[in-house]
Design a binder for this molecule. Structure first.
Ligand SMILES: NC(=O)C1=CN([C@@H]2O[C@H](COP(=O)(O)OP(=O)(O)OC[C@H]3O[C@@H](n4cnc5c(N)ncnc54)[C@H](O)[C@@H]3O)[C@@H](O)[C@H]2O)[C@H](O)CC1
Ligand SMILES: [K+]
Length: 515
């Protein structure tokens, strides 16, 4: 599902009005009608239902005036409060305000502390609160007066419907700089705004309803960016098809190079995850010191020992063996539990500079490239990097804070600069392709922020690439499935006690939906 910024939505709006001659008032009417349709589904009946509508002076408020009219016509008892001076209401919003007044309906002011008390009383006897104060035009923080209204609404226990965007969220970033309406439902128009699916905004949205207001899809072409929210429908489109009787080799061969003394778990988790996601053959190369351990822990995965350094990391002398094995593999995953050190760094660099099969580079495989990220653009094969913010900081030289402040911007820029796909982990994982495509993943939960979860993700992505998915699609589908498996696990056992290994046997429960 496409994601837009506030200004992109305005450009699409503008195209609908100017290139397709759809009057803005029609868009506003449709926005109001669609919102009332959702409200009617939520309420047994609107007749004699007390509903409070808080409207701003812009077009979000305009939507509120349309909603007031339709709810009134459905027999609801509507109290419409206007925040801001009536003479500041313009254009389509003014038209709808005038219609409301022409119906002999009151407009309650919301401009003083006395008015705030009136709102609080109205909220107390209302069944439904509608937030039509701010939409895509909001920036910064709300006034103190609204802050106290938001507080009482958020504490009221009443059902809150946000029009387009809960007021207080910045449409482009999801940033909340102060008080914000916490909605039970958000009815957003045409396309979801970025701020509704990113932290912190996504925590205030409640159930998101994306409704059509008759903007022609072609108007979207006015917006150059290609930003998507990963949905089940998208996964269905890109999921590898398992046609009739096939040879196991047809489902791809994954080579995993991972592990070091004391870190066999990461290597085993990554390898098993590749098998669980459906790869035909998975082979794991680990330092000989942990080979028996890995052999013991794995049944379906073949393992082979690699010469090691005194520290118990994989030795650089194994380069030729690893490159030879790439000739009989479809994808290589490097990094989980690999350990650090100059020999490991040189080995990782020499592998990625010489392979011709796609590669998933994770964890210490990424740390091996710290300060040498410039090499990525000369890597011949397709790279998928899966850093968490700390690893991304080491690769880019940005601080973790800078990265977290601009997750999409930095990841998209580096994906283009390095010519690879980058999956930046964290709350709302971001996937960016070298072609400028941007995906935001909505699945997963905090219970997954435990050791080993990233190793499982690496195996899933490698396993999907082995089955023929493009690097970006493997990262997008991998993040989605990984998060869904985490959600299924959390539902079963709660978030605090779940371990990365618990995700493994739940992967098939999720993937069977897409087979
Ligand atoms: N296709 C569509 O998506 C349609 C959207 N519609 C609705 O229009 C709003 C956007 O309306 P706009 O007038 O541009 O802005 P807002 O109503 O969101 O904001 C009103 C106004 O508030 C001022 N403002 C912004 N931040 C602050 C602040 N921190 N403190 C005080 N005042 C602030 C600013 O001047 C804004 O202009 C969209 O969300 C939809 O709900 C169309 O009606 C239908 C089609
Ligand atoms: K709103």
């Amino acid at each position: 599902m496409r994601l837009v910024t506030g200004s992109e939505m305005a450009a699409i709006d503008h195209a609908a009005i100017n290139d397709y001659a759809i009057p803005g008032i029609v868009l506003m009417e449709n926005a109001g009608i669609r919102t009332v349709e959702i409200i009617s589904q939520l309420l047994e009946s609107t007749t004699n239902t007390n509903i409070v509508i808080l409207a701003g002076k812009g077009n979000n408020g305009g939507d509120g005036f349309v909603i007031a009219r339709h709810l009134y016509n459905k027999g609801a008892r509507v109290q419409l409060f206007l925040f801001g001076e009536e003479n500041k209401v313009k254009g389509d919003a003014l038209t709808n305000l005038t219609i409301w007044k022409g119906m002999g309906q009151k407009i309650y002011p919301l401009n003083s502390t006395h008015d705030v008390n009136m709102v609080k009383m109205a909220v107390n006897s209302a069944e439904l609160i509608i937030d039509a104060l701010y939409g895509t035009g909001f920036k910064g923080t709300v006034s103190d007066l609204l802050a106290s209204v938001f507080k009482s609404i958020n504490l009221s226990g009443k059902t809150v419907i946000a029009v387009d965007i809960p007021s207080g969220i910045e449409a482009d970033t999801g940033k909340i700089n102060g008080p914000c309406i916490r909605a039970d439902h958000t009815v957003t128009f045409a396309y979801p705004k970025l701020g509704l699916v990113l932290y912190q905004g996504c925590n205030y949205v409640g159930k998101l309803h994306v409704v059509d207001i008759s903007i022609p899809a072609a108007a979207l072409s006015k917006v150059a960016s290609s930003r998507y929210l990963t949905t089940s429908e998208l996964i269905n489109e890109i999921w590898p098809s398992r046609k009739g009787p096939e040879h196991k080799g047809d489902f791809g061969r994954v080579l995993v190079v991972a592990g070091s003394r004391g870190m066999s778990g990461a290597a085993v988790l990554a390898a098993e995850a590749a098998a669980r996601i459906g790869a035909g053959l998975v082979t794991l190369g680990v330092p000989s010191a942990i080979h028996d351990i890995a052999e013991n822990k794995l049944t379906e995965v073949m393992t082979f020992p690699l010469a090691e350094t005194a520290k118990g990391n994989i030795s650089h002398t194994t380069l030729k063996d690893i490159l030879d094995r790439c000739h009989s593999s479809d994808v290589i995953a490097i990094g989980p539990g690999l350990g650090t050190g100059t020999e490991t760094s040189t080995l990782v660099q020499d592998i990625i500079m010489n392979i011709t099969i796609p590669c998933v580079l994770d964890a210490d495989g990424l740390n091996a490239m710290a300060g040498k990220a410039g090499l990525f653009k000369s890597v011949k094969s397709n790279l998928v990097l899966t850093p968490h913010p700390g690893e991304m900081a080491r690769l880019t030289g940005h601080s973790v804070k800078e990265i977290q402040q601009n997750r999409i911007g930095i990841t998209a820029r580096k994906a283009k600069e390095w010519g690879c796909s980058i999956l930046l982990k964290g709350a709302k994982t971001i996937i960016c392709g070298p072609d400028g495509s941007i995906y935001i993943n909505g699945t997963g939960n905090p219970g997954m922020a435990s050791g080993g979860s990233g190793d499982v993700l690496t195996g899933i992505i490698a396993g999907l690439m082995a089955q023929g998915l493009t690097p970006v699609n493997a990262a997008v589908a991998g993040a989605f499935i990984h998060g869904r498996a985490g959600d299924v696990t959390a539902q079963e056992m709660g978030m605090s006690g779940m371990l990365a290994g618990d995700l493994l046997q739940r992967i098939p429960h999720v993937t069977k939906e897409y087979e």
